[in-house]
Design a protein around this ligand. Structure first.
Ligand code: NAP
Length: 324
């Protein structure tokens, strides 16, 4: 911290981008303050709900997502990063130093802010979806978190990207069968992931289908609306049918977590924070963005980490340039 309780670097969000920004700014002796988030946000980001990470260099046998994030955090803390497990509720980028206010009302003044708030799972936007997700009664956006609850039953995964393929394969560890419901015949997923799913005897396919309705019955001690089947609609013919499933996993991509910044920054046509050229700089001098909140294209742990490093270096140079 500098004089008058002004932070040199405030990092909002954790995950590969936030922790790498923290590591680099900590090693530059800027003693960053990291607001790592708390529920409903996920400290550590999306890797906290991932199982095996096989494509992060340096781990030839793979590494569990949460374990990788613990290591990132420990490495940043080793060099002096300070961590608060709380959400930031609002920011004011019109003042300098910038002001951020936490959910418990703590006001933080900072010369630079690094935004690393990541992205959240997209939902289908159909009736009952959110309610059933909240009650855990048959719909989920996270196979890694909830897959084990669906032992020996028939489940479905919606989507045609790498996430859908990965989740479907993962779910075959538990479920009797896993049906991939996808609105087209072509896949956004990489060939290796599609091949793996196609070679898995427990995986079935419903292509050119979209989920039109969640069919439920009141079940359990809480008498919750519980998923018993899905009504699908053929995207070519409009024909509808009902398929019994006890679980539906939505794996249709993610939206960046940008709500806090909507009054201050510009966003691309997909809603991701715009950064300038090959940098982590936003249009506000001193505010930087890194990781999935500004990258709709690569969205990998390693690229998020790389952009966290860029944000740290940009922040460090900005502070140096301003004599701060
Ligand atoms: P994605 O690549 O954007 O794929 C989203 C899928 O959901 C698409 O097939 C899309 O269909 C479908 N979809 C989107 N909105 C829908 C809706 N409203 N109703 C029905 N279907 C809908 O997202 P992702 O699979 O989450 O992957 C994101 C990034 O993470 C990618 O870069 C991916 O490579 C990466 N990733 C990598 C791994 C890995 O390497 N192990 C694992 C997971 C993710 P259309 O194709 O018709 O648009």
């Amino acid at each position: 911290m500098t004089d008058n309780n002004i932070e040199k670097v405030l990092i909002i969000g954790s995950g590969p981008a936030g922790w790498t920004a923290a590591l680099y700014t900590a090693r530059a002796t800027l003693t960053p303050l990291v607001y790592e988030g708390s529920a409903p946000n996920l400290p550590g980001g999306q890797l906290m709900i991932t199982s095996d990470v096989e494509n992060y260099p340096g781990f030839p046998e793979g590494v569990l997502g949460p374990e990788l994030m613990e290591k990132f955090k420990a490495q940043a803390e080793r060099f002096g990063a300070r961590v608060v497990t709380e959400n930031i509720a609002s920011v004011d980028f019109n003042q300098r130093p910038f002001v951020a206010t936490s959910e418990s009302g703590t006001e933080i003044k900072a010369h630079t802010v690094i935004i690393a708030t990541g992205a959240n799972a997209k939902l289908l936007g159909i009736d009952k979806e959110k309610e059933i997700i909240a009650s855990g009664a048959g719909v989920s956006a996270c196979a890694t978190c909830d897959g084990a609850f669906y032992k020996d039953v028939d489940v479905a995964v919606v989507g045609g990207g790498d996430s859908a393929m990965e989740e479907a394969n993962f779910l075959t560890r538990y479920a009797k069968s896993v049906t991939i419901i996808h609105r087209r015949e072509g896949f956004r997923a990489s060939k290796i992931m599609v091949d793996r799913a196609q070679n898995n005897p427990k995986i079935k396919w419903e292509l050119n289908q979209e989920v039109a309705e969640l069919l439920t019955e009141k079940q359990g001690i809480m008498n919750n609306d519980t998923l018993v089947a899905v009504k699908t609609k053929n995207t070519q013919t409009g024909e509808e049918k009902e398929i019994p499933f006890q679980g539906l996993f939505v794996a249709i991509g993610h939206s960046p977590t940008t709500g806090l910044f909507k009054d201050y920054l510009s966003f691309d046509d997909k809603g991701y924070i715009k950064t300038l050229g090959q940098s982590a700089k936003t249009e506000i001098e001193g505010v930087f963005a890194c990781g999935d909140v500004q990258d709709s294209y690569y969205r990998q742990a390693i690229t998020a980490s790389g952009s966290g490093c860029m944000a740290a270096i940009d922040a460090e140079r900005y502070l140096e340039g301003k004599g701060l």
